[in-house]
Design a protein around this ligand. Structure first.
Ligand SMILES: Nc1ncnc2c1ncn2[C@@H]1O[C@H](COP(=O)(O)OP(=O)(O)OP(=O)(O)O)[C@@H](O)[C@H]1O
Ligand SMILES: [Mg+2]
Length: 313
């Protein structure tokens, strides 16, 4: 399948001399949800801003639906919607006129039916005559999304769409994004919330210090890097780990009431059966046991630390 976005050797050094983006190569498939994860200052907004034509790249090229973002700016910009990270909505205008105006900016003919559909999908219909400045932060964020969707883009960028929004709005946004994907829209979102990537994204890209250090299918990533944790609730608390258990990487938790074993779930020998046998030999009984898969969060923190260490920091 041809990628809808093709990024080649894209880099950015700001006028301050700071290299915010080291050459990035990335293809985004049509109709996927791609999550860009990375800590503050990693370069997420820089990357998105270049693709949306707000920041000029220092080097490299981006093709959106086959068009070059710099040479065919109008073509690419009409296909792309951007929900920016910052709220810039101190407007006296009404929700309705702001969103209609946005559509016009992209050279699309007025179409009240489209605007109505967008506002309804964002539960903004009742607010359509309200002035933007009178809305709550969460509602303003919805207006930003409505503006980005007003010209019916086929590629949608959401820069931290759920930063600072409540649980309900976050769920609404997730549902909205899935709905858009089902309509064939390609969605690229940035987030600090790992569970958001885990829940929504088909693929995840991790960016750290301006370098795209990893791109993987979300499921494959979880499988490949996932470690499992086995927790045993002991019948009698232990004050220390017995000698006979030194072959396993164990930790005592909950004041000695729980024994935790972290193992690689993909390994040929997990060590779990032998551990259970040894516990029984040592007369250490347990009331309950459960295993949990490491979350993407732990994987992510591990990765970012590893690159920071490589950079000698
Ligand atoms: N206009 C600018 N001029 C100079 N440096 C900039 C400019 N914009 C961003 N930077 C720097 O580039 C780096 C990457 O910033 P960017 O906003 O892309 O990060 P981010 O991953 O979006 O971070 P956050 O999660 O905080 O939004 C940071 O060090 C930032 O200070
Ligand atoms: Mg940002």
């Amino acid at each position: 399948m041809d990628p809808i976005l093709s990024i080649r050797g894209l880099s950015k050094t700001y006028a301050t001399g700071l290299q915010a983006l080291h050459p990035v190569d990335l293809d985004i498939n049509k109709g996927e949800i791609f999550a860009l994860l990375g800590p503050n200052g990693a370069g997420k907004t820089t990357l998105i801003s270049i693709i949306c034509g707000i920041v000029t790249p220092s080097d490299g090229e981006v093709l959106a639906d086959g068009y070059d973002i710099q040479l065919d700016y109008r073509e690419t910009r009409s296909r792309i919607g951007l929900v920016p990270q910052e709220l810039t909505t101190d407007s006296f205008e009404s929700v309705w006129s702001t969103v209609c105006l946005s559509r016009g900016l992209f050279g699309k003919a007025p179409d009240p039916a489209v605007i109505e559909r967008v506002l309804k999908s964002l539960s903004l219909w009742d607010k359509r005559n309200d002035k933007i400045m009178t809305l709550s932060g969460g509602m303003k964020r919805r207006v930003l999304i409505a503006k980005a969707l007003s010209h019916e883009p086929t590629i949608l960028f959401l820069d931290e769409p759920t930063a600072g929004v409540d649980v309900e709005l976050r769920r609404d946004m997730w549902a909205l994004v899935r709905g858009l994907r089902d309509e064939g829209v390609t969605v690229i979102l940035t987030t600090h919330y790992i569970e958001e990537a885990e829940e929504m994204a088909d693929r995840v890209g991790v960016i750290s210090r301006g370098r795209l250090i990893l791109v993987e299918e979300t499921q494959a990533l979880m499988k490949k890097l996932g470690k499992k944790t086995l927790t045993l609730a002991l019948q009698e608390p232990l004050t220390a780990l017995p000698e006979g258990l030194s072959d396993w990487f164990l930790t005592l938790k909950a004041d000695g009431n729980e024994l935790e074993y972290v193992f690689d779930s993909n390994a040929e020998r997990t060590g779990v059966p032998s551990l259970l046998r040894r516990l029984s030999d040592l007369g250490i009984g347990f009331k309950d046991l459960n295993t949990a898969q490491s979350s993407l969060e732990e994987i992510f923190v591990g990765l970012v630390h590893a690159t920071a260490e490589e950079a000698g920091q």
